[in-house]
Design a protein. Structure first.
Length: 376
């Protein structure tokens, strides 16, 4: 009874979803889990992209970044539905109908509305599963601490809900600033984040670390918060988003950025981050398996400022991991092997993200996944 989703994921997570799905659909059975924040490899109903246009910071390099977005759209829509948010639906649809195979184009859903920029990870819904209906948590996005315009992006979620594109209960959390790129869930009650970001000024002024942790536990239905107090990449506008540094993977694994060049300015901080990761424990008091990701060779902008290139900014979709590359064959290859080890049942698909890094972001920053069964 109901839809079936064939997803190559860890055995534990696949079985967990099948059992839950059957119990939801069975006429005499009840829910097996309380509300929870799913991990990214949980079965997905789709992914959101907020499309670049001339009114965004991409205006001076729009052809290059659009080509990158077309690549992302193809890889996502080849595997699952894709929601594109854009103020220019007609033009964007014409472009993608020309560039994508018909089967992939048919997977696209559309939401036309004004946007400031394109970072769906940070203005998108954070979704909770496990209850009678998914909960669509709409947190305040304030341009990473009021650094950039965000008023239009901060209204996107309400627009998606009002248009009836999503199956879930809209939940107003706009009194709390939180970006999707700043948190990681292992799916079993543990959240990972960074103190540099969540305690940064101009996000939640007046809230101390304990206050923020208590709010995260209550709103996101997690039982513990692991705080990384070290790390951070030069050129990062986000004040140290966790998705640039360390990511949860299946089977109690964390993939993280490791710097081996003692002359690199990141070496000390990332070494301290690695040491702290070795001390992290899950709710069963077990250490996580750690898989290091290489540090890309430094990439600089036209003014000589270093950009925050990282292989940790990957996206998990149904059956695949989309991994950013930076035209560095040795490092790109090492990162791909590391991610294959972290996701042995997924295909590793690479996307050249050099255009994205010029605006200080990468692949994961541009996307937001919707777990089953949220995207209609």
């Amino acid at each position: 009874m109901g839809l079936q989703y064939k997803v190559r994921t860890s055995t534990m997570e696949e079985r967990w979803w099948q059992i839950r799905f059957e119990e939801v659909c069975g006429p005499e059975l009840t829910e097996v889990r309380e509300t929870f924040l799913p991990p990214e490899w949980f079965p997905q109903s789709g992914v959101q992209l907020t499309w670049p246009h001339a009114g965004t910071d991409w205006r001076d390099m729009l052809p290059e970044v659009t080509a990158c977005y077309i690549s992302m759209a193809y890889e996502i829509a080849s595997r699952e539905p894709l929601l594109i948010v854009t103020p220019e639906r007609e033009a964007t649809a014409a472009l993608l109908q020309e560039k994508l195979p018909a089967k992939a184009f048919a997977q696209i859903r559309w939401a036309e509305c004004p946007t400031d920029d394109t970072w769906a990870r940070d203005h998108g819904f954070i979704t909770l599963c496990g209850g009678e209906h998914p909960l669509l948590l709409d947190f305040c996005f304030n341009g990473w601490g009021r650094k950039f315009a965000a008023e239009k992006d901060n209204r996107i979620n309400r627009t998606l809900s009002d248009k009836g594109l999503l199956d879930g209960v809209y939940t107003d959390c706009l009194d709390f600033v939180l970006e999707g790129g700043s948190i990681e869930s292992d799916g079993h009650g543990t959240l990972m984040t960074t103190s540099a970001c969540l305690l940064a000024p101009n996000r939640n002024d007046g809230l101390e670390r304990q206050d923020i942790e208590e709010r995260l536990k209550r709103l996101l239905h997690v039982r513990q918060v692991l705080w990384l107090d070290h790390g951070g990449l030069e050129g990062d506008d986000t004040d140290g988003h966790i998705d640039t540094l360390a990511r949860f993977c299946p089977d109690q694994t964390i993939a993280y950025v490791k710097c081996t060049d003692r002359n690199d300015r990141h070496y000390e901080e990332l070494a301290r981050m690695e040491e702290q990761l070795t001390m992290f424990r899950n709710l069963q008091d077990e250490p996580y398996r750690l898989i290091p990701l290489p540090m890309p060779q430094p990439i600089f902008d036209e003014e000589g400022q270093r950009l925050p290139a990282t292989y940790a900014n990957f996206l998990v979709v149904n059956g695949a991991v989309l991994m950013p590359t930076y035209n560095q064959p040795t490092n790109d290859g090492m990162a791909r092997k590391a991610l294959q080890k972290a996701f042995p049942q997924h295909e590793i698909v690479t996307i050249d993200c050099r255009p994205l890094i010029r605006q200080h972001g990468s692949l994961h920053c541009c996307t937001m996944q919707f777990p089953v069964p949220v995207l209609k």
